[in-house]
Ligand binder design. Structure first.
Ligand code: FA5
Ligand code: MG
Length: 349
């Protein structure tokens, strides 16, 4: 079941409308269409429908049955066989199977994540895949070097040559080895992508393992745009406020904050049981409060010394991007949140 606040975002096509995401998409396409940057021009493949099979999103990518990302607490299931894609990697196999050797594919992705200024249940990724004849990349280091140089070049193309870059090892079932890249702006490091050398079993499924080896990456576009344009809150990508949209109508700009409407804070406290998942609570708040939710923060977490029960207190920050909120309307939402939270394995206080 897909909640209405998510369903209404499907088909928004933010990548194709004037705004910061389209600008970032264009920069990435420019870089990868230049033979000199990457050794070959990358094709840009469409993947407009965000509904994909469980097979494509998980099974094909060697993601084990019991992997937490498959849980209903993390992924939006339409039915037992169909999900809203959690990453653009869901299209790797179909595109490699279609005979494409170097390609990018952009798309909206969906996850039940925590709620804060850099996480949102709908966001955009670009997947990049590059296959190369095995006899030329005859050591793993050659593929790794090409991958890392390509991505460092991309980040410099977008942010300029002095951007600080940090590589760390990461883990994905479909690449081995795997890395993540963080970049730094104003003393703040932010993870922008995951990548790695494509697992040979993936290539085997496409009948490509005998001749090819290759790499793949997935980048979060909002993260890039937030750093480049100094956009402080990921919800702004969804605003219809002209004061935001007009700033990016003619191309690159540094975001000029306009006056923010005041926040309303509400706290909620409950005892949690073992089966409680924080994501379920976040999802309830998000479903009821929609884009009025700025943040959900655990402000108190204590375990009672006698009976051993754990209490969580969350502070919910409500703020509209477009107007002032009244206490009455927020109380109504907060009441609904309290009622629905009681369906979770918790005891309200
Ligand atoms: C992946 O999604 C892998 N599919 C990436 C990959 C592709 C690895 C190909 C290897 C080969 P990860 O979950 O780390 O990895 O997400 C990648 C990026 O998406 C993150 O670095 C971040 O920039 C962005 N992202 C993830 N979740 C959110 C979210 N809730 N809101 C905004 N951006 C997000
Ligand atoms: Mg990651």
């Amino acid at each position: 079941m897909i909640p209405p606040n998510i369903e209404e975002k499907i088909g928004a096509r933010l990548l194709y409308k004037p705004g910061p995401l389209r600008l970032i998409k264009k920069k990435i396409e420019d870089y990868f269409s230049n033979y000199h940057n990457v050794g070959q021009a990358f094709a840009i493949m469409g993947s407009d429908d965000p509904y994909v099979s469980v097979q494509a999103n998980f099974d094909d990518l060697l993601i084990p049955e019991d992997h937490p990302s498959r849980a209903e607490t993390d992924t939006f299931y339409k039915d037992a066989k169909t999900v809203l894609r959690t990453h653009t990697s869901a299209h790797q196999i179909e595109l490699i199977n279609g005979g494409h050797l170097h390609f990018l594919t952009f798309g909206d992705c969906y996850r039940k994540d925590t709620v804060d200024s850099s996480h949102y249940p709908v966001f955009h990724q670009v997947e990049g895949v590059c296959l190369h004849p095995k006899h030329e990349w005859d050591t793993p280091e050659k593929a790794e070097k090409h991958l890392k140089t390509t991505l460092e070049g991309l980040v410099k193309h977008i942010f300029g040559p002095s951007i600080q870059i940090k590589w760390s090892t990461d883990y994905f079932p479909f690449t081995n080895p795997s890395w993540e890249m963080e970049i730094c702006l104003d003393d703040r490091w932010l993870e922008i992508l995951g990548c790695g050398i494509i697992h040979p079993d993936i290539l085997k499924r496409c009948g490509a393992d005998e001749y090819y080896t290759g790499w793949a990456f997935g980048i979060g576009l909002e993260r890039l745009a937030m750093i480049l344009y100094q956009i402080p809150d990921i919800r702004l990508f969804w605003t219809k406020d002209e004061r935001f949209l007009s700033q990016f109508a003619d191309g690159d700009a540094v975001f000029q904050p306009y006056s923010k409407h005041p926040p309303v804070y509400k706290d909620i406290s409950f005892w949690i049981e073992d089966a409680y998942h924080e994501n379920d609570f976040h999802a309830i708040v998000r479903n009821i409060g929609g884009d009025l939710i700025e943040e959900v923060k655990l402000i108190d977490n204590f375990t009672h010394p006698k009976h051993g029960k754990t209490n969580h207190t969350y502070r919910i920050t409500y703020r509209s991007m477009d107007r002032s909120l009244t206490n009455e309307e927020i109380n109504l939402l907060q009441d609904q949140i309290r009622k629905q939270t009681l369906q979770l394995p918790v005891g309200l206080r």
